[in-house]
Design a protein around this ligand. Structure first.
Ligand code: S6P
Length: 586
């Protein structure tokens, strides 16, 4: 049986899944609190559970992150259409001729579309059954820029979204389009959904996100007559007639405000894998899923140690777990402004051609050639798979800072335990023979939660976060431009126009704005902002102290830990300019 929570009532879809054995599913819940930050959608709010995260010990950080993740599973009320979407997939699985299920998104959401389609094994399962593959994915910016490189800009382009959808679906007569946007905000996805709504004879749109529809982004999209919210509302109206579906449970604010790579990403993975697994179970009478929930890893302290010394953290992985390492590391650049990103994964077929360039040199062989020789005790290496004793031994010769996330289905110990200074072991039980089909999805979720906790915790400990706000965010698309302005407004206590003005001054490196700049559009500002570092912290220092950009730069140079620099400004602004600080004046 499949249990879903729908408007506070548990719904059992006995008809659809009659043939499958017991299937226990995750629950999603609305945990909205209207009493704080009322103008922000849930996905952008700061989470009360992590408000003091910047001052917490590693243990407390991990506990806070776990508490935040637990909000995804709290049993309250929900409002979703999972069963109906699973039913649509089930119909396509039965008759796949000229049909496609397309998953699409930007940033982490696009990476998960890729991951669920390619790695979670749904197409593979179909191949094994000699059935046609029905799943495809779209990631904004394409594989190269979306998956490995950091690029948030294509997210703002609805026409690019539409074009990539048309290309992916050429010649199809029936398409179930699943657009993922955790914040219900990406214009790229809005463009695709709008296109589906205009072509209902072929496309049925599904929106996956984690805000209620009335909180979807309502900012005008240049060149379009719709906003994300207007598209979501049209879908909601159509949902009654099953012309569109909304899967938008609310899972509470992120641990680091707006960092949807965390809960948003995990909830996307769970939600879609549950829906697709259910459809497969219904079609092929497959096996059960259980709802084990993983433990957490206290590795943050060691990883922080490496980051603080300007050294590297390396993830060594295999298959889908290695890919999760790649995804987590890719996200550290936009989220924390982290440096070089290179994860190492075993290359199954070394002869397969792959994109050129150092960022793509991620095989185990590349690790041995390029990284191992320079590895020191100050670097951290995290193995995200097991039974790699040979490689682990070679790493151990260079650094004792070696850790492992280890999944086992029996009680066997491994030499890895002895080689690593810490090991997080997940022991999974095989209750039924069929369980193995879904085990890898649980390994992946557990691994994702651990990697997110480690990379977030370590950057928090490094001082990248103020309270639970990422202050050093990169202003690389319109969502982040708005978030940066809002953050400046919140932390300075000044009105939005003053905050935006300060942001523009640091983006353009000028103490007085010219008419050209003030009349420019957000797209232009973002293009310029991409070339500058610490744009938001600099703007904040200028706002709080009234100092020039040059002075703000020298303050930040003296205090490279952004949190400390901000705290200093908040507590004692520069004396000659004190009068300029509105907080001080009030
Ligand atoms: C968030 C991550 C971003 C988002 C992207 C899409 O932690 O850095 O890359 O995934 O902006 O967001 P959304 O709300 O459309 O899923």
């Amino acid at each position: 049986r499949v249990h879903f929570v729908d408007e506070g009532t548990e719904t059992r879809s006995g008809l659809l899944f009659k043939s499958s054995p017991e299937v226990r599913f995750f629950f999603f819940f609305v945990s909205q609190s209207a009493d704080y930050e009322p103008f922000l959608p849930v996905s952008e709010k700061s989470n009360p559970l992590t408000r003091d995260m910047d001052r917490a010990s590693p243990d407390s950080i991990v506990r806070m992150l776990q508490a935040c993740d637990t909000q995804m599973f709290r049993k309250e009320t929900g409002a979703t259409h999972q069963v109906k979407v699973a039913n649509r997939v089930h119909i396509i699985l039965k008759d796949p001729q000229d049909s496609l299920v397309v998953l699409s998104g930007c940033g982490t959401s696009g990476r998960l579309a890729f991951f669920i389609t390619v790695k979670s094994g749904f197409n593979r399962a179909l191949r094994q059954l000699n059935r046609s593959e029905i799943y495809a994915y779209i990631i904004a910016g394409g594989d190269k820029y979306g998956l490995v490189f950091y690029s948030e800009a294509p997210e703002d382009d609805p026409k690019l979204g539409t074009l990539s959808l048309k290309q992916a679906c050429e010649g199809k007569r029936r398409v179930l389009f699943i657009g993922i946007s955790c914040g219900l905000s990406a214009p790229f996805v809005a463009g695709q959904l709008d296109f589906c709504l205009q072509n209902p004879e072929v496309y049925t749109p599904v929106l996956v996100g984690f805000n209620p529809t009335h909180q979807a982004r309502d900012e005008p999209i240049p060149g379009c007559s719709f906003t994300f919210r207007s598209v979501a509302e049209r879908m909601r109206a159509l949902a009654k007639r099953r012309g569109a579906f909304l899967l938008n449970p609310v899972v509470g604010p992120e641990a680091v405000s707006g960092s949807s790579r965390m809960k948003g990403g995990s909830a996307t993975k769970i939600l879609l894998e549950v829906v697709l697994s259910a459809a497969h179970a219904a079609t092929f009478s497959s096996s059960p899923i259980t709802d084990e929930y993983p433990a957490r890893l206290n590795l943050c302290r060691r990883v922080r140690f490496s980051l603080q010394r300007g050294r590297r953290v390396r993830y060594l992985g295999w298959g889908s777990l290695g890919l999760l390492g790649l995804v987590d590391a890719s996200e550290c650049k936009p989220t924390f402004g982290a440096g070089e990103r290179r994860r190492f994964r075993r290359r199954n077929n070394p002869s397969t051609s792959r994109p050129q360039g150092p960022a793509f040199r991620v095989s185990h062989e590349d690790f041995l050639d390029l990284v191992l020789p320079g590895l020191t005790d100050e670097d951290a290496v995290l193995l995200v798979y097991t039974r790699v004793v040979k490689l682990a031994r070679r790493v151990r010769e260079k650094t004792s800072n070696l850790h492992a996330v280890y999944h086992q289905t029996d009680k066997d110990t491994d030499e890895i335990d002895k080689l690593c200074s810490s090991t997080l072991t997940f022991t999974w039980t095989l209750e039924t023979p069929g369980m193995i089909c879904f085990l890898s999805q649980q390994w992946e979720l557990a691994t994702k939660l651990v990697l997110n906790a480690v990379s977030t915790g370590a950057h928090v400990l490094k001082g990248k976060i103020y309270q639970n706000y990422m202050i050093d965010l990169q202003v690389s698309n319109s969502k982040l431009y708005r978030r940066a302005t809002r953050l400046l407004q919140k932390l300075s206590g000044l009105p939005e126009p003053r905050s935006e003005e300060a942001l523009l001054k640091t983006i353009y490196q000028m103490d007085e704005l010219t008419a050209d700049v003030t009349s420019g559009d957000v797209k232009t500002h973002i293009r310029v902002a991409r070339n500058h570092k610490k744009v938001v912290p600099l703007a904040l220092v200028c706002l709080l102290t009234g100092c020039s950009i040059k002075e703000a730069e020298s303050r930040l140079e003296q205090k490279p830990i952004v949190r400390e620099a901000v705290e200093e400004c908040l507590s004692k602004p520069a004396s000659p300019l004190e009068a300029c600080n509105p907080l001080k004046a009030t």
